[in-house]
Design a protein around this ligand. Structure first.
Ligand SMILES: [Zn+2]
Length: 200
């Protein structure tokens, strides 16, 4: 398959500054048969793939191998990503509202400015992930490992962190209003965070 995250090809449409999707000649915007392309993204894996902007909402990608994949701006709302391997993946600006990422491996993943509202991260591995500026209202991180994760400036109103590992998690300037942190273990950084009504 041509065009990995590391060797992306430019989109074949003249004047387009985007990279082509892995295995395609065009970027998502200029791809003619978007549906056929999306069908090809299977749990068997698209590790290292350039998948920026793809529309995969509601898809079953349970256990998918998406290590290091470039999913920036992708739509994965309500997708099933249970147990998926997303280590080092780029999910910045992605729409993950209501997605199920329980048990997913997200170490070092970039989720900056992503929308993970209502998403499930129960028992997920989020060590050293970047969640700066993410929106995660009502997201469920119960039992997740957030060691050294960076949800700075994130909007995590009403999110659940019950029994999560928050050792060295950097919640600087995050909005944790009404969040549930009961049973969360570890010394997190709550500098200038809003903890109004949060349960500790
Ligand atoms: Zn293009």
């Amino acid at each position: 398959m041509t065009g990995s995250h590391y060797e992306p090809m430019p989109c074949a449409t003249a004047g387009c500054a985007q990279n082509a999707l892995t295995g395609a000649a065009h970027c998502w915007k200029h791809l003619e048969d978007k549906r056929a392309y999306a069908e090809r993204v299977t749990p068997e894996g698209f590790a290292d793939a350039w998948l920026a902007g793809v529309e995969l909402s509601g898809r079953n990608l349970e256990g998918a191998d998406l290590r290091r994949a470039r999913l920036s701006g992708a739509t994965l709302a309500s997708a099933n990503l249970r147990g998926a391997n997303l280590r080092f993946a780029f999910l910045d600006g992605a729409d993950l509202r209501g997605a199920d990422l329980s048990g997913a491996k997200l170490e070092f993943a970039v989720l900056g400015d992503a929308d993970v509202s209502g998403a499930r991260f129960t028992e997920a591995k989020l060590q050293r992930s970047n969640l700066v500026g993410a929106t995660g209202r009502g997201a469920d991180f119960s039992g997740a490992d957030l060691y050294y994760a960076r949800p700075g400036k994130a909007d995590l109103q009403g999110a659940c962190f019950r029994n999560a590992n928050i050792q060295r998690t950097i919640f600087r300037r995050a909005n944790l209003q009404g969040a549930d942190l009961r049973g969360a273990a570890g010394e997190a950084n709550f500098e200038n965070a809003n903890l109004e009504g949060a349960l500790r």
